[in-house]
Write a protein of this length. Structure first.
Length: 444
């Protein structure tokens, strides 16, 4: 029997566990998560109104309910108060780190720390009920918001900002976030790319969805599209379709909807400007294409008023104490999923998902990524299996003062979320703080 720990129960962790048990009947997997709830970014990153993507939880659930897979929530690995990676390594024949990319990239411009300036991940965590997220008064006094970046996260947060109560009520969004978004006086979202429409990172399906939001119009400036020198016919199909959708919107006459999403291009953020102690505007420099896919500054500037700024410029992996880390890519160095220490594969240590390859790709990208790692691990299995590990790692975890939340604890949280929803006259409504989650998990 080979005992494997998978750290992280998001898509990469679940696909890794699934691949392991499917390919080797002798493998037993514990999936550890620092939260009492499984599914990682599917629960805490996919927007609440994207029910179809969220329904993936059903297939991840069947992995965690597999007879040779066990979910152990509430187990922090590494860092202050966490189980040291060296100790974890002693408890299992192999450990696969699927810890994702837990933080956001920085802009590195003046004013970034002003009140009212947040990373998109902080905003996403709040409306997703992440227990570490705070209600930071994101929308207090906000009439205009700037979202910096034109990836799918930027599309998600822009869409959530303009969604009305009627659209959000049927989702599992926590009640406080629903009330705040429903009461917001926001009328304008500026979503801004530093390069052109042909270089935008969003996918066409997500982009198109912006055009169908009730009570909201999408505004695109024809002149900004015209700056793009890329030949649409020569673009890869995804980018070509994006440009077509944007051109369609640019050709539409102005409407009079209560809310607007303005999609802007060729504007590079240079400073967040302060008004009365908080962010009041973003200063952008107009850029122009350099014909190599990049842009150059023009020395012309534009200030866009905003009482809320969401920096949506990508996620970034964080170092896990005790494991190597490449600060440039924000990933753990690896060879086909084997963790490299000083350039040499470290026996029994593996990575999969965003901490392996960086924060790119859709959920499905994690399948082949996990498969590659599992192939390496199973090739090493004969040597790894000779290691001496405890029969039950949970007893050893308890001895270190860690009391894992078992699968039944998670099922109790699910029941509590259904009961809360019923009390509020809604469907399932997420619990959003540690005490309530852990209290619910203890209900037999
Ligand atoms: P992303 O796709 O990497 O987009 C980041 C955006 O930030 C790009 O437009 C980038 O512009 C811009 N940016 C980076 N540094 C900047 C700077 N200093 N100043 C101004 N702009 C800057 O990242 P993401 O949106 O966080 O998404 C992460 C991954 O999750 C992606 O693979 C995404 O597709 C996926 N995701 C998918 C969905 C979905 O399928 N529905 C939803 C959410 C996320 P440049 O291109 O010029 O660098």
């Amino acid at each position: 029997m080979l005992r494997v720990a998978v750290v992280g129960s998001g898509p990469s962790g679940c696909y890794t566990a699934q691949n392991l048990v499917q390919r080797d009947p002798g493998v037993h997997v514990d999936v550890l998560d620092r939260l009492p709830c499984p599914y990682g970014l599917v629960r805490y990153g996919v927007a609440p109104d994207h029910e179809k993507i969220k329904s993936l939880q059903g297939s991840l659930r069947s992995v965690l309910e597999h007879e040779r897979v066990r979910f152990l929530g509430g187990v922090r690995v590494g860092g202050p108060g966490g189980l040291p990676v060296e100790r974890l390594r002693e408890l299992y024949h192999a450990v696969v780190y699927c810890v994702g990319a837990a933080t956001d990239r920085r802009l590195g411009i003046p004013g970034e720390e002003l009140p009212g300036s947040w990373s998109a991940t902080e905003f996403v965590s709040w409306y997703s009920a992440h227990p570490d997220a705070a209600d930071a008064g994101f929308l207090r006094g906000v009439r205009s918001a700037v979202v910096i970046g034109v990836g799918n996260v930027a599309v998600d947060v822009s869409r959530m900002l303009v969604r009305g109560a009627a659209e959000l009520r049927p989702t599992d969004i926590p009640q406080a976030a629903l009330d705040t978004l429903a009461a917001s006086g926001l009328s304008e979202v500026h979503m801004v790319g530093r390069r052109g429409p042909a270089q935008a990172r969003f996918t066409t399906k997500e982009l198109r969805e912006l055009g169908g939001l009730p009570g909201c119009e999408v505004v695109v400036d024809k002149a900004e599209l015209a700056l793009d020198t890329a030949d649409p016919g020569a673009l890869p199909s995804g980018q070509r379709r994006n440009v077509e959708v944007l051109r369609g919107w640019a050709a539409e006459p102005a409407a009079t909807a209560a809310r607007r999403i303005r999609l802007r291009f060729f504007l590079r953020p240079v400073e967040l400007l302060e008004v009365a102690g908080r962010v009041g505007a973003v200063r952008f420099e107009r850029t122009e294409p350099d014909d190599r896919g990049g842009v150059t500054g023009t020395g012309r500037y534009e200030d866009v008023p905003a009482q809320l700024v969401l920096r949506s410029v990508g996620y970034r992996g964080v170092p896990l104490p005790g494991l190597p880390f490449d600060p440039v890519s924000g990933t753990i160095p690896h060879q086909e999923g084997r963790v490299l220490r000083d350039g040499t594969p470290s026996p029994g240590e593996y990575v999969a998902g965003w901490i392996k390859r960086g924060p790119t790709g859709v959920i499905g990208t994690n399948r082949p990524c996990a498969k590659e790692t599992v192939t390496s691990l199973l090739a090493d299995a004969p040597a790894l299996g000779r290691g001496d590990v405890p029969t039950d790692p949970v007893a050893a975890l308890r001895a270190t003062g860690v009391e894992p939340v078992p699968w039944n604890g998670w099922l109790a949280i699910e029941r509590a979320e259904a009961e809360l929803g019923a009390r509020l006259g809604r469907g399932v409504v997420k619990l959003s703080d540690w005490d309530t989650l852990l209290g619910a998990a203890r209900v037999p």
